[in-house]
Ligand binder design. Structure first.
Ligand code: HEM
Ligand SMILES: *[C@@H]1O[C@H](CO)[C@@H](O)[C@H](O)[C@H]1NC(C)=O
Ligand SMILES: *[C@@H]1O[C@H](CO)[C@@H](O)[C@H](O)[C@H]1NC(C)=O
Ligand SMILES: *[C@@H]1O[C@H](CO)[C@@H](O)[C@H](O)[C@H]1NC(C)=O
Ligand SMILES: *[C@@H]1O[C@H](CO)[C@@H](O)[C@H](O)[C@H]1NC(C)=O
Ligand SMILES: *[C@@H]1O[C@H](CO)[C@@H](O)[C@H](O)[C@H]1NC(C)=O
Ligand SMILES: *[C@@H]1O[C@H](CO)[C@@H](O)[C@H](O)[C@H]1NC(C)=O
Ligand SMILES: *[C@@H]1O[C@H](CO)[C@@H](O)[C@H](O)[C@H]1NC(C)=O
Length: 530
């Protein structure tokens, strides 16, 4: 009974509160798809897009990303907890194995890993890529959790291959955590996309010399860039051209053995009901993506925040704070004009009001959702705050309705900001070596234990890591007379990369603050005034 109540509570408290840097980043990457602030989805729109060849290659990146996620996961071993969706397939050593024939894994890694940050692992981008491909190409909505951890080395082999017999496929899926029925389903869910390419499997697929399929890809069903139950309908009706069902060499007809392994019961149910097919696939794809090595803890299922401030930036500029950004309203279109106002509280008891202009719209999950963005700008430029009064909290009013995160508002941290007084004393902008300084404005009374620069880098196996460089605490604070004093870091200090983009970090009593500020490059700061 006690356990039941606890579970029920967990289900209702699955939202998160802004700001939460990791969840905010994962939520945007997963839900901001086409249109304004477009990200990963741009590569699979339209679904036939092949970003590495011409459009009529017969391949699509959407299909590659789904196969990529399955093969990365398929090394999982439920007995010892090793393997799983951990981006180990990015290693050349795994890609060279016969079980990973073709260059789809190299291509998927190239595109998707570029979206990894300190908050989004490469494995998370693999999961998001598969979800976006499926949802935007006609498939169901798939629950997404973040927090996957990138492997530091290849996993043990274990991806099924077409020439293996049924018993070894049943065994391989059992090792990965799936029953025989789930195996049939998952293969049918994956093989609604893409096909078998001649170059990767010359013994299964001949060359076609077809100008509309230049890479000679034999597709699994007649709608190879669209999620639908045609894979099952065509199989059951006997019209399938799936090269792993009707291939000339029966040894490599793995789909035929798998689909028929329960007397066609599962495939017949999918052929009859597109709804059953879609809901089964949604559940199994989510389980496939959430199969991770032992010890990795995933987040709750991430749902879109109804109101979300984004890309906020603040710069200290000689007594004023330049503030800009956007706010996103989920499930809102711009068909009608909405009145959107930002109300913000300063540190000295004042409340201020700014009317916000629209910035754009985005759609996601195959057009299921739309979101409208409004700019936090004043007459097209950053909104100028009196630095001494500062900003503490935001609320929004949309068509007269208050949006304040259930009363807490949207807390804003203005304690540590880049200062526009940062400058180069010798050398030229964009042409290192420089001498000069990077100035950080620290709000009086905040007393940070540390202020530092953060640079996103890759470790020796390509995983995103943060490199920190401390901004030294000044012996004598340099007051600005506007509620802040200046801390400086000498640009010639070793470890500073002139062209890297740096964000700011700070700790107060050992706790990291959530700061806002676009990354800055030291090569871009102006000459100091003479
Ligand atoms: C016994 C299990 C499986 C076998 C033997 C198998 C075999 C194959 C083969 C030989 C290809 C052709 C690859 C190429 O030419 O590049 C392929 C493609 C594909 N497979 Fe599987 N597969 C299996 C399970 C799965 C599962 C469980 C999924 C996903 C849930 C999946 C998703 C895909 C996709 C999307 C493609 C198309 C890739 C593209 O067109 O670029 N497969 N599969
Ligand atoms: C491929 O298709 C896309 C979208 O239809 C189009 O924008 C692009 O120009 C095409 N590229 C080529 C090389 O035909
Ligand atoms: C059929 O495929 C298997 C596995 O690739 C191969 O060993 C065998 O030689 C093939 N048979 C024929 C007749 O080509
Ligand atoms: C399953 O369906 C296939 C394709 O229609 C057919 O060839 C096969 O005989 C069926 N198997 C059974 C056991 O009905
Ligand atoms: C900073 O502002 C003060 C007064 O507001 C002005 O006198 C001064 O010139 C400004 N300094 C710079 C570097 O713009
Ligand atoms: C989106 O908004 C419409 C109308 O405002 C509402 O009917 C619908 O339930 C909302 N959908 C979601 C998923 O919140
Ligand atoms: C904010 O300003 C708008 C006009 O732009 C006004 O209608 C609204 O009442 C103001 N809200 C508050 C809380 O002051
Ligand atoms: C920065 O360090 C260099 C080398 O130690 C020194 O010559 C220079 O004066 C310093 N510049 C500033 C602005 O402190």
């Amino acid at each position: 009974m006690l356990e039941f109540i606890f579970l029920a509570l967990l289900v209702t408290v699955n939202g998160y509160v802004w700001p939460s840097p990791q969840l905010d980043a994962l939520e945007s990457a997963r839900f901001e798809q086409l249109g304004h602030n477009e990200g990963i989805a741009g590569f699979v729109d339209p679904c036939i897009a092949d970003n590495f060849e011409e459009n009529l290659s017969g391949r699509s990146d959407a299909a590659d990303w789904i196969r990529n996620a399955y093969h990365d996961m398929a090394t999982h071993n439920t007995m010892d907890g090793t393997g799983g969706l951990d981006s180990s397939i990015r290693f050349a050593e795994e890609q060279a194995r016969p079980e990973n024939a073709g260059d789809g894994f190299f291509r998927a890694s190239e595109v998707l890993s570029a979206f990894a940050t300190q908050y989004i692992s490469i494995a998370d981008t693999f999961a998001i890529g598969a979800i976006i491909a499926i949802e935007n190409c006609g498939g169901p909505e798939i629950a997404f959790r973040g927090g996957r951890v990138d492997a530091g080395e290849p996993n043990a082999p274990g991806v099924p291959q077409p020439q293996q017999d049924l018993q070894s496929h049943i065994g391989a899926f059992a090792r990965q955590g799936f029953t025989q029925t789930e195996m049939i389903s998952l293969v049918a869910c994956g093989h609604t996309f893409g096909g078998v390419e001649h170059a990767a499997f010359p013994n299964i697929v001949p060359e076609f010399y077809d100008p509309t399929d230049t890479l000679s890809v034999a597709h699994f069903d007649s709608t190879f860039v669209h999620f639908d139950n045609n894979i099952a309908m065509e199989y059951i009706s006997g019209t399938t051209k799936d090269p792993l069902v009707v291939g000339r060499n029966d040894t490599t007809n793995s789909d035929k053995r798998i689909f028929g392994s329960d007397g066609n019961a599962t495939m017949a149910s999918f052929a009859k009901s597109p709804e059953l097919y879609a809901s089964t696939c949604a559940t199994l794809f989510a389980r496939m993506l959430d199969t991770v090595p032992k010890g990795v803890e995933l987040t709750e299922v991430i749902t879109p925040l109804p109101v979300k401030p984004e890309i906020l930036t603040m710069l200290f500029d000689n007594g004023t704070v330049q503030f800009s950004g956007e706010v996103r309203f989920w499930n809102m279109t711009l068909d009608e004009t909405h009145a959107v106002n930002l109300l913000w509280d300063d540190h000295i008891g004042g409340t201020h009001n700014l009317s916000l202009p629209p910035a754009g719209v985005s759609t996601s999950t195959g057009g299921l959702y739309s979101a409208a963005f409004y700019s936090i700008l004043d007459n097209g430029g950053p909104f100028l705050l009196d630095a001494a009064a500062g900003i503490k909290n935001m609320r929004f009013v949309v068509d007269g309705k208050l949006e304040d995160q259930g009363g807490s508002g949207f807390p804003v941290q203005d304690g540590v900001l880049y200062s526009t007084s940062s400058c180069i004393t010798s050398g030229m902008q964009f042409f290192p070596p420089f001498t000069g300084r990077f100035d950080v404005a620290v709000r009086d009374g905040l007393n940070p234990t540390r202020v530092f620069l953060e640079r996103l880098e890759m470790d020796n196996v390509g995983r995103p890591i943060i490199v920190e460089t401390d901004v030294p605490r000044p012996d004598q604070p340099v007051p600005t007379g506007a509620g802040y004093s200046i801390w400086s870091i000498n640009l010639t200090q070793s470890g500073i990369d002139a062209f890297a983009m740096y964000t700011l970090g700070a700790e107060v009593n050992g706790e990291k603050l959530v700061l806002f500020g676009a990354a800055q490059s030291i090569s871009q700061v102006p000459r100091c005034p003479t």
